[in-house]
Design a protein around this ligand. Structure first.
Ligand code: IPE
Ligand code: IPE
Ligand code: MG
Length: 239
């Protein structure tokens, strides 16, 4: 059956509520994170099948290092495990994987796994799955600006060349179109330092469900919401 609804080209997700989900089920927080990873995996497959072209999920923020050592350690363990699994899933589903965020803070083996994931899936033509790890929008903008200033100092461009698209080329998301729809679970309604530049014109969808309960039905609800919005860019309706 042909789709008669508009499918957003790029969906960005702030997956939130793993800890509260675990608490509600009398389980440790790390169990909630493990269930959350399963929901991410399922969402990648659903998004690819629906025909979404870009899916960006917030896996670990620059602020999340402030959590307990035990929780950060458990999250790193999960990343390691999923980096391996994701390589298989990406290959099976024609998914191209990309990481945004500052990866040098991770341990060497995890950096190797991330580089490998990107490298071995770079020619896939289906969904582009972007994972934001050790990502913070302000950090991304500062890193990008430093790089731009270094290039300027080295005479690589003239000041006149700097416009929005030039600036964008220094962000981690260079080459990735802006998100059309942002989803945040768990009832929180804030950006938590996520894609501040890129979300300038996205539609926002908030749901009270905790991330581990997110599934295809919930994704469909968000897409229905998106279909009922009249998108405007500076007062002009989009078509
Ligand atoms: C989101 O769930 C996952 C990460 C930020 C890594 P939380 O861990 O923030 O869960 P809550 O917000 O405490 O319920
Ligand atoms: C945002 O969730 C970060 C990720 C989803 C990785 P948090 O749960 O860390 O955000 P705050 O602290 O509640 O804003
Ligand atoms: Mg949270």
């Amino acid at each position: 059956m042909a789709e008669d609804r508009k499918i957003p080209n790029h969906v960005a997700i702030i997956l939130d509520g793993n800890g509260r989900w675990a608490k509600a089920h009398n389980k440790p927080r790390n169990f909630g994170h493990a269930e959350g990873c399963k929901a991410v995996e399922q969402t990648v497959e659903d998004a690819a099948r629906i025909g979404i072209k870009y899916l960006t999920v917030y896996g670990f923020s620059t602020e999340n290092w402030k959590r307990s050592q035990e929780e950060v350690g458990a999250l790193m363990k999960l990343f390691r495990y999923y980096a391996k699994r994701l390589l298989k899933i990406a290959k099976a589903n024609n998914v191209r994987v990309k990481m945004i965020g500052e990866r040098s803070r991770f341990e060497e083996d995890l950096i190797v796994a991330i580089n490998r994931l990107e490298d071995e899936t770079k020619d896939n033509t289906g969904l582009t799955f972007v994972i934001a790890v050790n990502y913070g929008s302000r950090d991304e903008i500062v890193r990008g600006t430093k790089k731009m200033l270094t290039d300027y100092k080295n005479g690589k461009f003239a000041l006149d060349e700097v416009d929005e698209s030039f600036f964008e080329s220094y962000l981690d998301t260079a080459g990735i179109p802006d998100p059309d729809l942002l989803i945040r679970t768990s009832g929180e309604q804030r950006l938590s330092n996520y894609l501040l530049w890129q979300l300038a014109y996205a539609e926002f969808y908030f749901t009270d469900i905790y991330w581990p309960d997110f599934n295809k039905q919930e994704l469909d609800k968000a897409i229905d919401y998106y279909n009922n919005r009249e998108r405007r860019f500076g007062g002009r309706l989009s078509n």
